[in-house]
Design a protein around this ligand. Sequence first.
Ligand code: 2AM
Length: 195
Amino acid sequence: MINTVDKTRVRETHLRRLFFALALPETLQQNIVQWRADNFPPEAGRPIAAANLHLTLAFLGEVSAAKAQILQQQAGRISQSGFNVTLDDIGHWPGSGVIWLGCKNPPRGLLQLAQLLRSQAARSGCYQTPLPFHPHVTLLRGAVRPVALPAKTHNESFRADHFLLYESVFARGRTRYNIVQSWPLAGSERRFDAN
Ligand code: 2AM
């Protein structure tokens, strides 16, 4: 009996750090890393590993299994078309130490998808920042000093034909983003379930 109670408690208290995001195609990740190496000195900040370059749609924070299940069910009911994302903007937020790539004119589909996921998250009790959504791909962290930004980005586009739920895991001094689940955006077939 004692074992049963303990197991239940462990399940309820096991929290995972989760977020919804768009993945970047691998070639684009590699191109960005090359462009970053050519355009930023090593002291500019800590570069994000190629495989970790992504565009966050909604950050959920530390989430229980029960809450994650509800959010996954809601995400599965989203019916939206895919869209193209062009990374033609660059910026620096010295307060958070982030240097990023973004979109001068984010596509409406991107804003709608993020808005929906963020409001579903808020309704489930996941704190959402009151700051407006500013879609971006974080390139460097720890960039707290002034830095000369390149005048232009490499201006690459990618097709967002699916969105994903990731778990952020920190182990042996490294952050890894593991795919929990993926959902296609209309007009595409792609689907992946980690479980
Ligand atoms: P960032 O790149 O602007 O730091 C995984 O950690 C992703 O979730 C990152 O892309 C990060 O955005 C975002 N994220 C992390 N902590 C967050 C927070 N407290 N609020 C909003 N987004 C956060």
